[in-house]
Design a protein around this ligand. Structure first.
Ligand SMILES: [Zn+2]
Length: 107
């Protein structure tokens, strides 16, 4: 059973969308639940019905900055086509976020 936890992520996600993704992020859900992939701390799933879900390991809920770093990685995935994985588009998007200062308060 999925463990869901209400935390004030919404304002953070809205700010990231506005500042780093030009307000173009698709709608997605964030849940704290064990990723299906072994040893993964997080994963993003595109469901056949169009829903997008970011799943974060529950321990991350208490790890503010670390959680934000992991979540931002997954949000990059959400901003790209599913098949982008960790290829050139992902690397370019990550570089753009670094240039825009997305990691300045995280690293
Ligand atoms: Zn990834």
């Amino acid at each position: 059973m999925k463990r869901r936890k209400e935390i004030p992520l919404l304002s953070l996600l809205k700010r990231w969308d506005r500042k780093y993704f030009d307000g173009k992020l698709p709608t997605f859900e964030v849940v704290f639940a064990k990723p299906s992939q072994k040893n993964a701390h997080a994963e993003t799933t595109w469901y056949p019905d169009g829903r997008i879900e970011i799943r974060l390991e529950p321990y991350l809920a208490a790890q503010g900055r670390l959680m934000a770093i992991v979540l931002l990685h997954e949000v990059i995935h959400v901003s790209l086509p599913k098949n982008a994985k960790h290829g050139l588009k992902f690397a370019a998007a990550r570089r753009r976020l670094i240039r825009r200062g997305a990691y300045d308060s995280l690293l």
